[in-house]
Unconditional design. Structure first.
Lengths: 94, 487
């Protein structure tokens, strides 16, 4: 199988240096080779596990804590901010 | 008085405080002195919290202002107990970096639920311990702070990813510690450092405030010198938490007591890949359990050997999703670049170390269009089969009787040398071959010291692992205490 590292790198938003491409490709091929042993496993029973405890967990959409309690400690860690907004580069060019 | 840290347990420390043999401040000082003496070589800690001495003093003022009878009734078992926390568990106001460059300057804005429970019990939080980058690794070598060394041989790794926590306990630089376990990250370092480590049932300890890696597998787990210490810590943290939707409600948790006194060994799974000396220790352990009155029976879990392959699909898939939040824009490492897209690419490219980048790309690959069914969907189907097999083997099948626990070595071999496995990721991954199945099945598992192996003139610890039925930590504690003779 052919793995396009440059494409994956863009999808994942993780820059991979040119000199690392070959090594990471080799590593991924070897790991994917290993996990492909699952192809040998036949399909399992279709029904849901009898002892399954899976269920939806809901909570009411109310404030878990008072408004603004964490705002400053969170905003103070942003690389760039304008007032109570986090500032980032423009994405639309004129 | 001088306190013998090498034989200290939570109960002994608690009695010592209650009977005023020493103060919480003196206990803290004893651990601090040991850290000063040894951690330069071992590097278990990445930071000591300045607030620790103050917490000890607060316990002392309670001790001073309470009558003997009050203390007997009210003093929490964890009051004054010095605990180390893995660097991925949030402590409000302190750096929590997961030993990753991307979070190196990240300061926690709230306490993890585990932290808050320890704090309210009066525990003394000593500091944050070293770990693999974003908890990805089995040796603590991928940490942005550099590796931790094994206290039994400084040329060897302590295991990982909770290597700092295990090394701190083994070297008496903390009485107990917390780690996190996604595929073996509590049990494997506990085994390599000669201490006890528990991966509890999935959902039994809140993960609110644990830096997430793979959310269907992650658990927080205690590490201690004795089974009893680990049990005390587990019971203190085993509580429902509305802030973690996967946390189990108290009334749905637990399992009926198991009394078959039978332990299953998956013989086929253990046929290859184990160090010959480790195999001898493993057989010794079985002999010992038989002497203690347990029956050892061979069991068959045909899909268990696929656990590691399932793990290396589900874990990277979930990790790549969880780690998407570290974008360099809101907090953590940020790299300036020409465009917004380049800033994402560069911040994440430089922020994550090689192992993390590898797993993010792997996760992105197995989740991408056209591959999803072949990898992720297949892996979840095989996970269901493994869970089913675990449940049936505990209940008993037509071929094998019901059992109380499953026994394996914790690791295939003792601690390896620094640098020995860093070049080949797959070799490092195989280190977790015996620990991963419990995470895949969601069941509890404990690693207990079971003798040592001689390597290059040093005695290196070897650990056995007991896996229990879902929700049944109690049976594991019971067998592990029998085995370690600490009742």
């Amino acid at each position: 199988m052919e793995i396009d590292i440059a494409h994956l790198s863009r999808l994942a938003r993780v820059a991979i240096r040119a000199e690392e491409m070959a090594k990471i490709k080799k590593d991924l091929s070897s790991i994917l080779g290993y996990v492909s042993e699952l192809e040998a496993v036949g399909a399992g029973p279709a029904e849901v596990l009898a002892d399954s405890d899976l269920r939806n967990v809901m909570r009411s959409d109310t404030d878990a804590y008072e408004k603004g309690r964490f705002s400053e400690s969170i905003l103070s860690q942003a690389p760039d901010r304008e007032g109570s907004y986090i500032a980032v580069k423009k994405i639309l060019e004129k | 008085m001088s306190i013998d840290l090498s034989t200290l347990s939570i109960k002994k420390a608690h009695d010592g405080l209650k009977n005023r043999l020493f103060s919480a401040g003196e206990l803290f000082d004893a651990y601090h002195a040991e850290i000063t003496r040894r951690d330069g070589d071992i590097h278990a800690y990445v930071e000591l919290y300045e607030s620790a001495r103050r917490s000890a003093e607060e316990v002392d003022s309670t001790l001073k202002n309470s009558s003997r009878i009050d203390l007997e009734k009210k003093l929490s078992p964890l009051a004054g107990i010095p605990i180390a926390l893995k660097d991925n568990i949030l402590v409000e106001g302190e750096i929590a970096s997961a030993a990753s460059n991307i979070l190196r300057n990240h300061r926690a804005t709230y306490d993890a639920t585990a932290t808050a429970l320890l704090r309210s019990a009066g525990a003394v939080l000593l500091g944050r311990t070293n770990m693999d980058d974003a908890a990805m690794g089995s040796s603590t070598e991928s940490s942005v702070y550099g590796p931790t060394k094994n206290p039994h041989d400084l040329e060897r790794v302590p295991g990982g990813s909770s290597g700092g926590s295990a090394a701190a306990v083994a070297a008496h630089m903390a009485l107990v510690a917390l780690g996190s376990d996604t595929g073996g990250s509590v049990r494997q370092p506990a085994a390599l450092c000669g201490v006890v480590g528990l991966k509890p049932t999935y959902g039994s300890i809140s993960r609110h405030g644990l830096i997430a890696m793979a959310s269907s597998l992650d658990v927080i787990g205690p590490i201690g010198k004795t089974v009893e210490d680990v049990e005390i810590l587990f019971r203190a943290l085993n509580q429902h938490d509305p802030m973690d939707s996967t946390s189990l409600p108290n009334d749905r948790y637990g399992a009926p007591a198991r009394t078959t006194r039978r332990i299953g060994v998956p013989v086929d799974f253990l046929k290859k890949g184990i160090d010959p000396d480790a195999l001898v220790r493993f057989q010794d352990a079985q002999t010992r359990l038989k002497t203690l009155g347990y029956e050892i029976v061979p069991i068959d879990l045909p899909h268990m050997p696929y656990s590691l392959a399932v793990y290396y699909i589900l874990m990277p898939a979930e990790a790549s999703t969880n780690l998407a939040r570290y974008d360099g824009m809101r907090y953590g490492f940020h790299k300036e670049a020409a465009t917004l897209l380049d800033e994402y690419l560069e911040s994440r490219g430089e922020g994550f170390g090689p192992e993390v980048r590898r797993r993010i790309l792997l996760g992105t690959y197995v989740l991408s269009a056209g591959y999803y069914d072949a990898y992720y969907k297949k892996a979840t189907a095989v996970r269901d089969m493994i869970r089913r097999e675990f449940a049936s083997v505990f209940a008993g099948t037509k071929d094998t009787p019901a059992i109380d626990a499953i026994l394996t070595p914790t690791t295939p071999s003792p601690a390896f040398k620094l640098g020995e496995k860093t070049a080949d990721p797959l070799m490092m991954y195989l280190e977790d071959i015996f620990t991963v199945p419990a995470n895949i099945a969601g069941v509890p598992a404990i690693s207990v010291p079971a003798g040592t192996l001689l390597r290059d003139g040093k005695q290196l610890p070897f650990g056995i692992q007991l896996m229990g039925a879902w929700g049944d930590e109690a049976t594991l504690f019971s067998i592990a205490k029998d085995f370690s003779q600490d009742r």
